[in-house]
Design a protein around this ligand. Structure first.
Ligand code: GAR
Length: 208
């Protein structure tokens, strides 16, 4: 019997891991044709590591090195080595709050995706939901994009809107944005895997 092709994901995150959970659940339910092989975080206390471990998924803290906003050269090499050893087809940034530079991106050309809590190119950077409120926009949303060397730039794969309410606080707006993230990210990853690899077989998992 032919089983659906299973691809391998590596997930990077710095936060509580709700997008990781949505993706892991979608993989387990067969809505994303992939398994999560490895979760890496720059913060030892990040909730994403606990969420992964309680699902039996390998999860490690890898120190980011000497810079505040990005991985240093040695750290980038360690992240790349871990992800390559795990054989990942796609690197998924799920709330990873460090900029990735050319050496990392060169190791996974066109194979790093990110989710950002605004309709890019509006409000790149930190706390995009707060930027949206401060600016007074009436509609914001979610973007999934391929990562390039810029900050929240790179080709857009999918977007979805979220209406801003008059009584929104940063917390209520971010909560509604996250509900949309949890649907959009798994669906976009599934579509990207199918569009990119099509029906091509991936080694021993194809037949059983
Ligand atoms: C998400 O809202 C994601 O869009 C954002 O961090 C949050 C992580 O939440 N990412 C960025 O702002 C990247 N610029 P999570 O840990 O619950 O998935």
């Amino acid at each position: 019997m032919t089983r659906a092709t299973q691809f391998k994901l590596g997930v990077l995150g710095s936060g509580k891991g709700s997008n990781f959970v949505a993706i892991a659940d979608a993989c387990a339910a067969g809505r994303v044709p992939a398994t999560i092989e490895l979760v890496l975080s720059d913060l030892p206390e990040a909730g994403i590591l606990d969420r992964a471990r309680e699902r039996g998924i390998r999860a490690e803290h890898l120190a980011p090195g000497r810079y505040r906003t990005r991985l240093d050269e040695a750290a980038e090499r360690a992240y790349v080595a871990g992800l390559q050893e795990a054989g990942v087809d796609l690197v998924v940034l799920a709330g990873f709050m460090r900029i990735l530079k050319g050496d990392f991106l060169g190791a996974f050309p066109g194979r790093v995706v990110n989710i950002h809590p605004s309709l890019l190119p509006a409000f790149p950077g930190l706390e995009a939901w707060k930027q949206a409120l401060d600016h007074g926009v009436k509609v914001t949303g979610v973007t999934v994009h391929l990562v390039d060397a810029g900050v929240d730039t790179g080709p857009i794969l999918a977007q979805a809107p979220v209406l801003v309410r008059d009584d929104d606080t940063p917390e209520t707006l971010h909560a509604r944005i996250q509900e949309v993230e949890h649907r959009l990210y798994p669906a976009t990853i599934a579509r990207w895997l199918t569009d990119t690899f099509g029906a091509c077989a991936r080694g021993p998992n194809l037949e059983e």
